[in-house]
Design a protein around this ligand. Structure first.
Ligand SMILES: *Cc1c(COP(=O)(O)O)cnc(C)c1O
Length: 212
């Protein structure tokens, strides 16, 4: 995860911020275009947010072949309602926007989300079984990745997690290991449940490392 934005001079900064959208403050003015799928932090799948600087909404012949609903100029002219949009999905996003405001805004979200992620990062730093895979200065606020170093143990951990109602901790299919997502809807109690399962698993497997 980038903790500082690259300085790209006059070249507009274009970013897909799906995983941390609404989970921390965002310096909107520094971007030319911000893209975010709503499904992680902001609402239901099927809504995509695009925040685009006015001067990038161009009437360019290069866009002649672009389907209308993906054409920023057409969408902007129609207030993002060229055709009937995903009304229920947008309604759910609105509910989440209000919840974020009532919870203290994006600064409070960041504090809450870092507290969840850091609970896991601290555990990983002190663990003899698990180790975090992200470099300390590149750690993500949204996805905490870790592994045991043993593919069979990783698989046992993922299977055991499901029995504790902890879902989807299997890592990305390209990198393996584990990935705990701590998006906005995940509570501190949820993360504590994962941490407690990790500690139990570690205690169990440091006694007899290859059992199970
Ligand atoms: C998760 C993510 C996606 C893809 O989301 P899907 O739910 O797989 O469609 C795209 N970009 C970023 C930055 C993401 O974090």
């Amino acid at each position: 995860m980038y903790h500082e934005l690259p300085n790209c001079g006059d070249v507009p900064l274009v970013a897909d911020v799906s995983s941390c959208f609404l989970s921390q403050p965002l310096d909107v003015e520094r971007y030319g275009l911000i893209y975010a799928g709503a499904q992680k932090n902001a609402g239901a799948a099927g809504v995509t947010v695009a925040i685009v600087r006015d001067n990038l909404i161009a009437d360019d012949p290069a866009f002649a072949q672009t389907p209308q609903y993906l054409n920023l100029k057409t969408q902007a002219a129609k207030g993002s309602m060229l055709n009937t949009p995903n009304t229920f999905g947008i309604y759910v996003c609105g509910k989440v926007f209000h919840w974020v405001e009532q919870t203290g805004g994006l600064a409070a979200m960041a504090e809450r989300n870092w507290a969840k992620a850091n609970l896991l990062y601290d555990l990983l730093e002190n663990s003899k079984l698990f180790h975090g895979t992200a470099q300390t200065d590149s750690r993500s606020i949204a996805n905490v990745t870790f592994r045991t170093g043993d593919a069979d143990l990783d698989a046992a951990f993922v299977a055991g997690a499901a029995e504790h109602q902890i879902q989807n901790v299997k890592g990305h299919r390209l990198v393996g290991g584990m990935r705990a997502s701590v998006y906005n809807a995940v509570t501190m109690e949820d993360v504590q449940a994962l941490a407690s399962y990790m500690k139990d698993f570690e205690a169990q497997h440091s006694l007899s490392p290859r059992s199970n």
